[in-house]
Ligand binder design. Sequence first.
Ligand SMILES: C[S@@+](CC[C@H](N)C(=O)[O-])C[C@H]1O[C@@H](n2cnc3c(N)ncnc32)[C@H](O)[C@@H]1O
Length: 352
Amino acid sequence: MAVDEAKLNALVGRIVEEFGAIANAPLVVLGDRLGLFRKMAGAGPMDAEAVSDASGVRLRYAQEWLNAMAASGYVDYDAKSGRYRLSDEAAMVFVDEDSPAFLAGGFEVLGALYQDLDKVQRAFTTGTGLGWHEHHPMLFSGTERFFRAGYNTHLVPEWIPALEGVDAKLRKGARVADVGCGFGASTIVMARAYPASRFVGFDYHPLSIETARRKAAEAGVADRVEFQVAGAKDYPGTGYDMVAFFDCLHDMGDPVGAGRHVRETLAPDGAWMLVEPFAGDTVAENLNPVGRVYYAASTMVCTPCSLSQEVGLGLGAQAGERRLRKVAEAAGFGSFRRATQTPFNLIFEARA
Ligand SMILES: C[S@@+](CC[C@H](N)C(=O)[O-])C[C@H]1O[C@@H](n2cnc3c(N)ncnc32)[C@H](O)[C@@H]1O
């Protein structure tokens, strides 16, 4: 064995840093749930007593939590005054659900990964799948909060206008199906922006549909949105002007079968909008910070979900354009193009 000391030290140093990130992840969830971040946002420098008083969290816990957050660089610490401060930038990341940089939901998703370890371990060794619905509920709420920031920021101003003629149709009044809609974040964002259109969100997961209905009512768009429990291959209705799949095609066991059903349910000039995680076509292209997050989610959630369903293609969250194009072509779509992209998403438009 010829151990390269420098290489070993670099790896150990890096792992210590990763331990810090992983160990602090549940503390971020606590800060989010207990309102610690919220109470600090915009409040300027605070000592631990002030944070404890404002949040109702016991002083000794507030002190220790603040030190962990300061060591993480999430909260600023002034050694002279002994006070802590949540910067405006950190408030955008941890507090402001409407900010494009809101990431607290991602920490909830990470929580689910640990909770579901035994189930995924069983799937690894037996080759069986694990359905979306079989995960810890933190996955459902975390996913909605994590993705909503991106939909709020990009969906109406950038993604829909990148599709041919779709924005104009939606403004006039169109029928849209949002398949695999989860808690309905994307459906609600679209319904708010296009009051003349009608939206129906489908998901096979009853708890998600129930929650989506509640959220649509809270958002005041229940008059133009409905949600129904249905799978991607058998959702009802025809003549949709647009069928959208947000970050869910790769979770499905039979993406080609789902695509065929989309084609059958679209109006002749309708568009299939496909939003998938950003990825290159090769593994080497995806070995970067975003790919690292997505490969992990794909291994723990998306691939097991696909393997739990019929066909069990296991496309993976990092499918990339080439493989997604093949799915659309196999489903009978004549045209398929990348309409736009963000660092986190690829947005495709397919037409018959
Ligand atoms: C990663 S989540 C995305 C949810 C939502 N589109 C969003 O962007 O927030 C994937 C969703 O696909 C749904 N799903 C998985 N397989 C499905 C299928 N065969 N038919 C319908 N929905 C499915 C899951 O229940 C889950 O809500």
